[in-house]
Design a binder for this molecule. Structure first.
Ligand code: NDP
Length: 274
């Protein structure tokens, strides 16, 4: 049996430790109180669960999404948990033009003066179909919502993230964002693109700013998107969105200061994509 001394640990070991640490991270209010965090997709699934968790830890939340009724449900849950009163920022990423992004950035600037966290959870599945038969309009919509809109929103909010002592951007990717799979078409291509955007932006911000940029593959979780991707699956066998939250909270709170350019798997399940 060999014993590895701490100074002999490989970079791989350290990355693994850090990922496991993120999965078991237990968030404290100290890491979140007064942090200003915007979550897209805060109306549903993982984004709603993440927004509720950050808000109940004391973060000042900006809830972005398309369905205002469901955003209000997230708002109510944060208030009921004793969190600070969130802001609701409706934004349809399929239809928004430059003025909508500017209005959102201006609203965050005038209400909070800065942004400490930006979590991109909004996303669309599109269709599961072979490339040869993939509907072109659906492809363009998925790429626009999943990639282009995430880029435009990030660009609009970067000046506010730069004013934070400790700004964090998190892109949500997938099991198919590093290895493609038949029939996952635009969804897989869009998630590959997000990994690329994450790496480019992390490299650009690494030395010049305090902003950190990372991506998270949440793993399979019981949401509307998962049900659409796997209609025959027994939903009871799929973990709840809360399972992935420790990794997202680790990256959005102050605990991950200095961690940038990394892809995290929030669960130890890599073979089963959504
Ligand atoms: P949901 O379908 O529950 O949530 C998707 C979210 O995206 C909703 O809040 C939805 O808003 C929002 N959205 C979709 N289209 C638009 C649009 N045009 N403008 C604004 N918002 C939009 O799915 P999940 O919670 O599962 O997905 C969250 C993220 O996690 C996605 O990026 C997904 O790819 C990723 N993911 C999920 C996995 C899983 O197993 N669930 C596994 C791997 C990755 P609205 O409520 O208004 O429709």
């Amino acid at each position: 049996m060999t014993h590895q001394q701490p100074d002999e640990r490989t970079q791989g070991d350290q990355k693994l430790d850090s990922e496991l640490g993120a999965r078991t991270y237990s968030a404290t209010p100290e890491a979140f109180i007064d942090r200003v965090i915007l979550v897209t997709g805060a109306s549903s699934g993982i984004g709603a669960a993440l927004a509720r968790a950050c808000g109940s830890l004391g973060a000042r939340m900006v809830l972005s999404g398309r369905n205002v009724g469901r955003l209000e449900a997230t708002y109510d849950a944060i208030i009921a948990a004793g969190g600070p009163r969130p802001s609701i920022a409706p934004l349809d990423l399929e239809r928004a033009d430059a003025s909508h992004y500017a209005v959102l950035a201006d609203a965050v600037r005038s209400e909070f003066g800065r942004l400490d966290g930006l979590a991109h959870l909004a996303g669309q599945l599109g269709e599961l179909a072979p490339v040869e038969h993939y509907d072109v309009v659906t492809w363009l919509r998925v790429m626009h919502v999943n990639v282009n809109a995430a880029f435009i929103l990030t660009q609009a909010l970067l000046p506010l993230l730069r004013t934070s002592q400790d700004g964090s951007i998190v892109f949500t990717t997938s099991g198919v964002s590093v290895r493609g799979r038949a029939y996952w078409g635009a969804y897989a291509a869009s998630k590959f693109a997000l990994e690329g955007l994450m790496q480019v932006l992390a490299d650009e911000t690494d030395t010049l700013t305090k902003i950190r940029v990372n991506s998270v593959n949440p793993g399979k979780l019981r949401t509307a998107m998962r049900a659409r991707a796997y209609p025959g699956e027994d939903a009871a066998s799929v973990p709840m969105p809360a399972t992935a939250l420790p990794t997202f909270l680790y990256l959005l709170g102050s605990a991950s200061a200095g961690v940038t350019g990394r892809r995290f798997d929030a669960q130890d399940v890599r073979s089963d994509a959504t």
